[in-house]
Design a binder for this molecule. Sequence first.
Ligand code: SAM
Length: 243
Amino acid sequence: MRIDVVSIFPEYLAALDLSLIGKARRQGLLDIRIHDLREATTDRHRTVDDTPYGGGAGMVMKPEPWAQALGAVLAAAPDPRPTLIVPSPAGAVFTQAMAHDLAELDHLVFACGRYEGIDERAIDWAREQFDVRAVSLGDYVLNGGEVAVLAMVEAVGRLIPGVVGNPESLVEESHSDGLLEYPVYTKPSSWRDRDVPEVLLSGDHARIAQWRRLEQFRRTAERRPDLLALLDPATLTSAERTA
Ligand code: SAM
């Protein structure tokens, strides 16, 4: 997968050199290119922002540097109409389902906003060249799009075959089946007067699977009842319904 990220803080994205995503880059599974928006400016001060029309607090990112930067990404793009993700608290909320959809694509471009955001005309212009999606990390406001991009690239990147060593570890995770994951434990079996649930030491795989499934329901009911409401009750066992 090819990923381009445009930001005024390219060094913010250095974390994409670490851990599994960094390894995937070195293995050629992910081709991630970071671009400095200021390289697309032409004035001595490398200006990317100006005051908002209509007044109000803060600054707005100017459209022309964005058109130049995204145009350069497009000129070097392997496909004609890449997907452009514009991180924004006013976007559709990023979910695991969205991560799966994006992982199917060959090329993602991310435009990291700062200040009060990007001049809307730059987004309109981009719609002619890109499949544009405004995406929010959640219902809160960050200072810039970079943190959102780190989260999205990690969530999408780990779904690319080969990035996570054991693909089975992706199967039973939180949100893979609409539920939260069950609690997990490791050695020692007894720690500070707390014991690992007996069933996990039993070696009885059917019982373990049943226990884990019910724990998923209990945890989801307690922490995210909104997720349970999305499940089709007809597909649940009576134990799951009452967990
Ligand atoms: N004035 C904007 C608003 O109220 O919608 C918020 C601008 S925010 C201070 C600056 C940038 O941070 C945004 O352009 C966006 O790139 C990023 N950002 C902030 N919160 C975000 C969120 N929840 N999800 C994704 N990106 C976010």
